[in-house]
Design a protein around this ligand. Structure first.
Ligand code: FE
Length: 179
């Protein structure tokens, strides 16, 4: 009996392999067809990378934007235009234009820089360890163009995530919500 079952299983698996390796007899799906993905594994966005040489970025950005976005400078606290700014809309990367944050997640942390408790989608920012100035922090980069945005801290228990994206105003461009 067991031998019979094994024989059936083996023949089934051979049949499966044969089916998989058989040249497609029917027309393959159009190349634009999206592969089936479970919702949990589906990327929320697939940002196209934006790359420029530093010389090109220098021409594209203001000196302040270049210093922050490309040279990782930090603007002085309480000086940025979006620190205490709470209009409805979105905040895009000032270098490449990718929308990074929503005004819905902006809060007044009192730290002197714009603060958000979440990014618009996790794959729009890239988090990397930063050991500069003798401390360990987590740097926030734009996932699309690699520009420096600021840092993220887990010191905001008053927010739904407990996290504080501490972002330079100079790294952002505000896009007002449509009325
Ligand atoms: Fe960017």
């Amino acid at each position: 009996m067991m031998t019979k079952i094994m024989a059936i299983l083996v023949s089934c698996s051979i049949g499966t392999v044969a089916c998989d390796s058989r040249p497609a007899a029917v027309a393959p799906p159009p190349p634009t067809a999206a592969p089936h993905m479970e919702p949990s594994t589906m990327p929320t966005t697939e940002p196209d990378k934006v790359t420029h040489t530093e010389e090109e970025w220098k021409k594209l950005l203001t000196p302040e934007q270049f210093a922050v976005l490309r040279q990782k400078a930090t603007e002085a606290p309480f000086t940025g235009k979006y620190d205490e700014f709470f209009q409805p809309g979105a905040y895009a990367c000032a270098a490449c234009g990718q929308e990074l944050f929503s005004s819905d997640t902006k809060f007044n942390s009192g730290c002197g820089w714009p603060a958000f408790y979440a990014a618009k989608a996790g794959d729009r920012v890239k988090l990397v360890p930063d050991y500069s100035f003798g401390t360990k922090r987590t740097e926030v980069l734009c996932a699309r163009c690699g520009s420096h945005l600021g840092h993220i801290f887990d010191d905001a228990p008053q927010t739904p995530t407990g996290e504080r994206y501490c972002i330079n105003s100079a790294a952002l461009k505000f896009i007002p919500a449509k009325k």
